[in-house]
Write a protein that binds this ligand. Structure first.
Ligand SMILES: [Zn+2]
Ligand SMILES: [Zn+2]
Length: 434
C-alpha cells in the first residue's frame, strides 16, 4: 500500500496550481489552474491537459476556490470526471462566464451531473480516498482546505489562505478542533501555500484595519472610484462598510451588482453580522444609455459614493463627469499588476492609472495570502509527521527561514513540478521512504 503525491504545477510559481494524490487504485486532483499570464508554459503543462495523464482514470477534481490559477483549466477536464466546488464559488464563476459569454464553461458549471457542491466538514469518498473540506479565509470567498485520507496516509492541502480577513480567526480553531484534537489521525503531509515567502518583511493590515483607514479617508473624500476585484468579497465589504458609515452610497456596474447579490445570498446567509449588503446600486450611470441618470447623479453628488470601476474609457468618462468634485481613485489590488518586472503586469490597468495625478490615487490594499507568521503557526499546529511541501510560491527556500522547530524544518520537502513523492508506510512508526 502506498500513496503518491505529485505537484504538477506550483512548486516554483504562484499561478497554475495542480496537485495529484493517488493510491494503488484511485486518484484525485486538487485544483486545475491556469498559469499567470506571461508564464512560459512547458511541454509538461500540455501533457496533463484534459487529465489524460498516463491514461489513468481520475476519481474527482477538487477545487479549493474560484481564482483562475486554481480553476482556469476546468474546461479541459474529461466529461466523466466529477468536479467538486463550493456552491457560492460555482455561482461566482457562472456570473463571470456569463459576462464573457463562454458557453462551454457555462454548460459545465450548470451541469448537476458533473458539478458537486462542497460542504464544510462533509466527507466525500472517492474510492479509497476520503476528502473533507474545511472553509478558509482568503481573498476569494467559499475557499476550502482539504483533509485527504488514504488507507496509509493523511494529507492536509491548505489551498490559498490567510488569517487577517473577517473570518480569519477561525483558521486555528478549525485546525485545533477538527484536525488536531478530533482528527482521526495525525497529519503526515502538509501541503501549504507560500505566496508571501518573498515578501516576508511586508507589513500586512487586516481587512478590519483597511476598513478603518477607508472610513477615515472617506470623511474628507466622498467621491471615490474604487479599483478592486469584484470577486474579493472581504475587501468589497470593507469599502462598503466604510462608505455606509459615512452615509455614502455604493455603486457598481451590472456585473459587479450581480456578484454582490451572489455574495449577499450565500455569504450573507451564513453570517449574522457580515456581508449584508443592503444598499448597493447597479450601474452608476452610463453616459449614453441611462435615462434617469440625472436623478441618480443628484443623489450621488448629495451623499457621496464609492463606485467600483475597472480600467477603460467608459470609466474614465465616469470620473470626468465628477471632475468638479475632486474625485479620488482607490487602488485596492495587487501592486504587481503595475510593475513591469512582474509576470502578472497589466499594461492597460497601469496605463489607466498613469493618466491620473498621483495625489488623486490612494493605494489601499491587503493581501489575500498567509503572512509568514500565519504559515509558521499553521505548520506548528498541524505538526506534520513526514513532509511539508511548499506550493504556490516563488521562494520555497524561504521555508527554511521560518520560525519553526528544527524537526519541522528537516521535513520541508522540495519537489519539482511533476516529481512523484511516494510514501510507503511499512509500519505506523517508521519514517517514509522516497
Ligand atoms: Zn486564490
Ligand atoms: Zn492562488
Amino acid at each position: 500500500m502506498s500513496t503518491t503525491i505529485i505537484i504538477h504545477r506550483g512548486t516554483n510559481q504562484i499561478g497554475g496550481c495542480v496537485t495529484e494524490i493517488k493510491t494503488n487504485n484511485h486518484r484525485i486532483f486538487i485544483d486545475f489552474g491556469e498559469e499567470l499570464p506571461g508564464t512560459e508554459s512547458d511541454e509538461y503543462g500540455l501533457m496533463i491537459d484534459g487529465l489524460n495523464y498516463k491514461g489513468a482514470k481520475c476519481d474527482g477534481v477538487f477545487f479549493t476556490h474560484y481564482h483562475g490559477d486554481h480553476v482556469g483549466m476546468f474546461g479541459s477536464i474529461q466529461k466523466e470526471v466529477p468536479l467538486y466546488i463550493g456552491e457560492c464559488a460555482r455561482q461566482i464563476m457562472l456570473t463571470i462566464y456569463e459576462k464573457i459569454e463562454n458557453n462551454d464553461a457555462i454548460e459545465i458549471l450548470r451541469d448537476g451531473n458533473r458539478i458537486h457542491p462542497l460542504e464544510e466538514n462533509k466527507t466525500i469518498q472517492c474510492g479509497d480516498i476520503r476528502v473533507t473540506p474545511f472553509s478558509v479565509d482568503h481573498s476569494a470567498y467559499d475557499a476550502y482546505m482539504f483533509l485527504v485520507e488514504t488507507p496509509d496516509m493523511t494529507i492536509l492541502h491548505t489551498g490559498d489562505y490567510r488569517n487577517h480577513g473577517y473570518r480569519g480567526g477561525a483558521l486555528f480553531d478549525v485546525i485545533d478542533y477538527h484536525i488536531v484534537k478530533y482528527g482521526r489521525r495525525k497529519i503526515d503531509v502538509l501541503i501549504t501555500e507560500g505566496t508571501m515567502m518573498n515578501r516576508q518583511m511586508e507589513k500586512v493590515m487586516t481587512e478590519k484595519e483597511m476598513q478603518e483607514k477607508a472610513f477615515n479617508y472617506f470623511r474628507n473624500h466622498k467621491y471615490i472610484f474604487l479599483l478592486c476585484s469584484s470577486t474579493n468579497l472581504d475587501s468589497l465589504w470593507s469599502f462598503y462598510c466604510a462608505a455606509k458609515r459615512n452615509g455614502m452610497g455604493f455603486y457598481g456596474n451590472n456585473y459587479v451588482f450581480k456578484q454582490i447579490l451572489n455574495f449577499k445570498k450565500y455569504a450573507g446567509k451564513r453570517s449574522s453580522v457580515l456581508y449584508h449588503f443592503d444598499k448597493v446600486y447597479p450601474v452608476i450611470f452610463d453616459l449614453e444609455r441611462m435615462p434617469n441618470s440625472a436623478a441618480q447623479e443628484k443623489i450621488m453628488r448629495g451623499n457621496g459614493f464609492v463606485a467600483v470601476i475597472r480600467e477603460g474609457e467608459r470609466y474614465q468618462k465616469w470620473i470626468e463627469r465628477f471632475s468638479d468634485l475632486d474625485p479620488k481613485i482607490i487602488y485596492s489590488m495587487w501592486e504587481g499588476y503595475l510593475d513591469k518586472n512582474q509576470k502578472g503586469y497589466n499594461q492597460s490597468l497601469s496605463d489607466f492609472l498613469a493618466s491620473y495625478d498621483l495625489e488623486q490615487i490612494y493605494k489601499l490594499h491587503t493581501s489575500g495570502h498567509a503572512t509568514t507568521e500565519c504559515i509558521e503557526k499553521v505548520i506548528t499546529k498541524v505538526n506534520p509527521q513526514m513532509a511539508i511541501i511548499p506550493i504556490h510560491t516563488e521562494n520555497k527556500m524561504g521555508f527554511l527561514k521560518l520560525n519553526i522547530s528544527e524537526e519541522l524544518k528537516q521535513i520541508v520537502t522540495y519537489l519539482k513540478d511533476g516529481e512523484e513523492l511516494t510514501i510507503y508506510r511499512i509500519h505506523q512508526d517508521l519514517p517514509m521512504q522516497r
